[in-house]
Write a protein that binds this ligand. Sequence first.
Ligand SMILES: Cc1cc2nc3c(=O)[nH]c(=O)nc-3n(C[C@H](O)[C@H](O)[C@H](O)COP(=O)(O)OP(=O)(O)OC[C@H]3O[C@@H](n4cnc5c(N)ncnc54)[C@H](O)[C@@H]3O)c2cc1C
Length: 343
Amino acid sequence: MTAAIDVEENVSLRDCNSFGLPAVARRLVRVRNDGDVRQVLAHPQLGRAPKFVLGGGSNIVLTRDLAAHVVLKVEVRGMRLVDERADAWIVESGAGEGWHDLVRWTLEQGWPGLENLALIPGTVGAAPVQNIGAYGVELKDRFESLDAVDLVTGRSVTLGRDVLRFGYRDSVFKHELAGKSVITRVRLALPRPWYPVLGYLDLERKMAETGIRAPDARQVFDWVCAVRSAKLPDPARIGNVGSFFKNPVVSAEQCRDIIGRDPEVVHYPLPDGSVKLAAGWLIDACGWKGKSIGRAGVYEKHSLVLVNRGGATGAEVVTLARAIQESVYGRFGIRLEPEPVVV
Ligand SMILES: Cc1cc2nc3c(=O)[nH]c(=O)nc-3n(C[C@H](O)[C@H](O)[C@H](O)COP(=O)(O)OP(=O)(O)OC[C@H]3O[C@@H](n4cnc5c(N)ncnc54)[C@H](O)[C@@H]3O)c2cc1C
């Protein structure tokens, strides 16, 4: 029998978002299985209210209290091996497990493949939402399928990659399915045989420094953790959501035009002929590194990261982000798109 859901009232979300922004959830329900979602939908007071799905809060900017919404805090647990195919280990995880805990656990079991994605904060359930990626690997490269509960019908569905339309920090959950379902379980295919993914500058540097040409997965994991810890602020000490803007993709012609004016611009040609620009470089070039507006600032070591300098509000973060967008547009004619969800 499923236990009755517990509705918590006036819950502070300050510790539930990695920016440490102040906001209060008028009603919050912890979701531990699909049945809990269905109970919320059938509830006389909660059923018709809008819902906000919360994972670890490491990719959201809270600008206000969630007074009308019911916050569904996803806490579905459990990690297990569900299939052993010739080409892959299939691992299933509850959406409420910590992403980094899953990476570490799979490595400990001898099923490598997630090591490049080590130390990304947040929950497993949110990983497909923006197709998390780092050091040459994206979630989509390891994705098998997921289970979700429809927030209108309460039906549980299993979705494969064909419907999810993964893109660069993008999926169907940022478009047609935004706010429409709760992901409860995710299955990943960890490749057999395993091979390291090393074509990334920071990892190539580590190989050169250590002289290790054929690292095992544990070695790659340690390198990724070391590089990330040196570069990114720890949200436990300095509030942030990682990269605040996506790296913009422009046409080859637009890129040539920018290079004509700024020969130093950091850019990466893509297979389709377009070019990805480093958003951090564009922000740096506009003189934002280390600057602040109110109590929100641009991290000194990495201009792509906006930080809470202590007591910042969501409105201050948004004001800073807009000012950065305007100056990058003014100088380069490029509109930077935020990566986190502004609530
Ligand atoms: C220091 C730092 C470094 C980071 N580095 C990276 C990086 O290298 N690569 C990268 O891709 N990201 C990175 N991020 C961003 C963030 O960690 C990821 O986007 C992560 O997947 C967010 O998980 P979360 O559980 O905190 O999601 P939340 O912030 O809680 O939610 C994010 C969005 O997903 C939705 N959502 C959450 N859970 C579910 C669910 N179960 N079902 C349906 N919708 C859901 C929410 O409604 C919201 O729209 C970084 C963040 C920080 C703070």
